[in-house]
Design a protein around this ligand. Structure first.
Ligand SMILES: NC(=O)c1ccc[n+]([C@@H]2O[C@H](COP(=O)([O-])OP(=O)(O)OC[C@H]3O[C@@H](n4cnc5c(N)ncnc54)[C@H](OP(=O)(O)O)[C@@H]3O)[C@@H](O)[C@H]2O)c1
Length: 299
C-alpha cells in the first residue's frame, strides 16, 4: 500500500490554499507550497517554491520525489492543470486532487456547465491519464459553497457590513456549504493511509452544513441583535439574468446560476447529494452554523 508523505500544494496563496496547507502540516505531511510570485504566507516546516506552470522543467524540478499534488488553482488558471497533470505523471506522483472544491460539476448543465467546462475537462483528462498510468490516481472533492468565506464575499446572499439579506424564492430550500478548514481536513483525510486506496479515482461530495437562507438569517439577527433589511428575488429572474449575462460573454453569470442551483424552491440539490456524501467515510466533523456565524462576525 502507498503511503503518502510528500505533498505539493500548487497555487497555494489564495483563499483555499492556506487552509489546505495548514491541515496537511497539522497531519504531519511534508508540504511544499507553490506560487508564481516571490512569497507565500507560510513558514517552516512548509517549503515555498516559485514555479512557472508553463515550464515543464520547472514543474519536473518541484514534483521530483513528491507523492501527491493538490490544486486549489484559481478559475483563471484551470486550463493550465493539464500541463501540471502531465508533469505529475512524469514525476511519478501517485495522487492528484484537482481544483474542484465547489458544486458537483458532474451534473452542471446549460450555462453553468459551460462556465464550469474547464473543471469537467480536467476530470475527464484525469480519468483518461489514470487509466493509462496505473500508478497515477486522482480524487475530486466537491464541497458546494464555501461557507465561512461566503459570508465575506456575499455568495450566501448576505452583506454583513450593510446588514442586508437577499433571499431567493422562499429562503427555505436546503443547501450544502463547507468551511475552508473542513475542506483542508477532507484533503488530508483523502491522502491519509486510512483512506488513500479507497478514494482512488473517485469524485467525492462533502458538506460541512446543510442549512437554509432563512435559518442563517435568523442566526445572524440573533448574533448581531439587529434586524437585516431583506429583499426577495425569484430564481426565475436570476436564471434570466444569468442567461443574458452569459450571452454577452459575462462570466459573472456564474453567481446567478449558482443561486438557481442552490436556492431554487424544490430544486433538491442538497437532498440528492446527501445520500452520496463522503463525510462519514472521511471522518469529517460537521460545521456548526451558529459557531461559524459568530466566528465570522467576531462576536
Ligand atoms: N465553493 C465555493 O463557494 C468557491 C468559492 C471560491 C472558489 N471556489 C473554487 O475553489 C478553487 C480555489 O479557489 P480560490 O478562491 O482559493 O482561488 P484564488 O484565491 O482565486 O486563487 C488561488 C491561487 O491561484 C493562483 N492563480 C491565480 N490566477 C492564476 C492563473 N491564471 N494561473 C495560474 N495560477 C493562478 C494564485 O496563486 P499564486 O499567485 O501564488 O501563483 C492564487 O493565489 C477553485 O476551483 C474555485 O473555483 C469555490
Amino acid at each position: 500500500m502507498s503511503v503518502i508523505k510528500n505533498v505539493v500544494v500548487i497555487a497555494s496563496t489564495g483563499n483555499l490554499g492556506p487552509p489546505i496547507v495548514r491541515a496537511l502540516v497539522a497531519a504531519n505531511f511534508n508540504v511544499t507550497a507553490l506560487t508564481r510570485g516571490s512569497s507565500a504566507p507560510f513558514s517552516s516546516p512548509v517549503q515555498v517554491h516559485k514555479v512557472d506552470y508553463e515550464s515543464a522543467s520547472s514543474l519536473a524540478e518541484v514534483f521530483k520525489g513528491q507523492d501527491a499534488v493538490v490544486s486549489p488553482i484559481a478559475t483563471g488558471g484551470l486550463g493550465i492543470q493539464k500541463k501540471i497533470i502531465d508533469a505529475a505523471v512524469q514525476a511519478g506522483v501517485k495522487r492528484f486532487i484537482p481544483s474542484e472544491f465547489g458544486i458537483d460539476t458532474r451534473n452542471a448543465e446549460g450555462g453553468l456547465g459551460k462556465i464550469l467546462s474547464a473543471k469537467q475537462e480536467t476530470r475527464e483528462y484525469l480519468d483518461k491519464v489514470s487509466k493509462e498510468n496505473p500508478g497515477f490516481t486522482w480524487t475530486g472533492i466537491s464541497t458546494s459553497l464555501f461557507f465561512d468565506w461566503g459570508f465575506k464575499w456575499g455568495s450566501l446572499g448576505f452583506s454583513l457590513p450593510n446588514k442586508t439579506a437577499t433571499i431567493f424564492d422562499s429562503g427555505n430550500e436546503p443547501f450544502h456549504a463547507t468551511n475552508l478548514d473542513t475542506i483542508g481536513e477532507a484533503v488530508t483525510s483523502v491522502l491519509s493511509p486510512a483512506h488513500f486506496a479507497a478514494t482512488a479515482n473517485r469524485y467525492l461530495l462533502i458538506s460541512g452544513v446543510t442549512t437554509t437562507q432563512n435559518a442563517i438569517l435568523s442566526i445572524l439577527e440573533e448574533a448581531t441583535g439587529e434586524k437585516f433589511k431583506v429583499s426577495h428575488v425569484s430564481t426565475e429572474d436570476s436564471l434570466k439574468t444569468a442567461d443574458e449575462k452569459l450571452a454577452k460573454g459575462d462570466f459573472s453569470a456564474f453567481g446567478d446560476y449558482l443561486k438557481v442551483r442552490l436556492f431554487k424552491d424544490g430544486k433538491g440539490a442538497a437532498r440528492t447529494a446527501t445520500a452520496e456524501l463522503a463525510n462519514k467515510e472521511l471522518g469529517l466533523r460537521e460545521d456548526d452554523v451558529r459557531e461559524t456565524v459568530r466566528r465570522v462576525l467576531k462576536v
